[in-house]
Design a binder for this molecule. Structure first.
Ligand code: PLP
Length: 337
């Protein structure tokens, strides 16, 4: 099976496993795990923030960001399919008890007119207090243009709001833009990054921000039961990934492009590459059927909508895999007619 369902499906490399096996560890709840500390410091340095916190998942990272930057009843603005509202079991309403307000901008980020409209009447006693804007970069593989992110950050800060950047795939955005991760994080008050997606580490994410916010986040992590003891074992995998697997994301982007070009020649399918993802459009209402046909040919993918499939290229996908996947997808498409 060529597993293109997600860049979370990678296995640790031999060198990464070695780094994990040999990691120096201590009790991280006591702040005594040197490997976790090194990971947090290097992550903060790369993102240009004062501090960072290692957490078990991107889900927890996002939820801590919402929890520490809002009060119960505040409005949190995000895309309708933003991970923080669409893929985390409604946790923001359970834990931080905020009111999500969702938009449907195709770019994934709110346009200026929408922000102006939503900010109108913010002082009206009838409405919830707008507090946090959540932005994803990349959003389903799409890179947020830096100028747009600056515009949104400036808007938030002008109105006393904060900006949380869900950068699960920020590394991909940085490589695609040819910018440093710090430049891509610019303007955000908190930034969540994943080590367990394109970077290929087995476990973990980080929440970065200024020192007081990260100190609060450290408390919230414990509140949620996310205090880990000799976490250096898994943090070592993340640290190895951070040091060795960021630059190579360009290879994934090249392979996604190659795969999209092959699939685009396979009627009735259309395909578009977005950083490390390939979005495949099927005939109306047939996404699930095609996902099943691909699976039968040994290609794993994920249906995103009624006529949309997602394939993700990652560390464990070679040029040969791309070639084989394209051939199998062509066979599936031919069988479907
Ligand atoms: C995967 C992902 C997360 C959550 O990461 P987990 O570690 O799987 O909890 C958050 N945001 C986005 C955009 C993601 O793709």
């Amino acid at each position: 099976m060529i597993d293109l369902r997600s860049d979370t499906c990678t296995r640790p490399t031999a060198a990464m496993r070695r780094a994990m096996a040999e990691a120096e560890v201590g009790d991280d709840v006591f702040g005594e795990d040197p490997t976790v500390r090194a990971l947090e410091e290097e992550t903060a340095a790369l993102l240009g923030t004062e501090a960072a916190l290692y957490v078990p998942s991107g889900h927890m990272s996002n939820q801590i960001a919402v929890y520490v930057q809002t009060r119960s009843g505040d409005e949190v603005w995000t895309h309708r399919s933003g991970h923080v509202v669409a893929n985390e079991q409604g946790a923001a309403s359970v834990l931080a008890r905020v009111l999500p307000r969702v938009h449907d901008c195709a770019s994934g980020y709110p346009d200026a007119a929408l922000l102006e409209e939503w900010a109108g009447g913010a002082d009206d006693v009838h409405r919830a207090r707008p507090r946090l804007i959540c932005l994803e970069n990349t959003f389903s593989g799409l890179v947020v243009p830096p100028a747009e992110q600056r515009r949104i950050a400036a808007f938030a800060h002008d109105r006393g709001m904060l900006l949380h950047l869900d950068g699960a795939r920020l590394w991909n955005a940085a490589v695609a833009l040819g910018e440093t991760p710090a430049r891509v994080a610019e303007g955000a008050d908190t930034v969540s990054v994943c080590f367990s997606k394109g970077l290929g580490a087995p476990v973990g994410s980080a929440l970065a921000g200024d020192a007081p916010t990260v100190a609060e986040a450290r408390r919230a992590r414990k509140l949620l039961g996310g205090g880990m003891r000799q976490a250096g074992i898994v943090a070592a995998g993340a640290l190895y990934a951070l040091r060795n697997h960021v630059g190579r994301l360009a290879e994934d982007h090249g392979r996604a492009q190659a795969l999209a070009e092959r699939i685009a020649q396979t009627p009735p399918l259309a395909a578009e590459a977005r950083t490390n993802m390939v979005l495949v459009t099927t005939p109306a209402d047939r996404a699930r059927e095609f996902a099943g046909l691909f699976a039968r040919e040994g290609v794993g993918c994920v249906p995103l909508g009624r006529d949309l499939l997602r394939l993700v290229v990652h560390l464990d996908v070679s040029d040969e895999d791309v070639d084989a996947a394209a051939t199998r997808i062509a066979a599936a498409a031919a069988a479907a007619g």
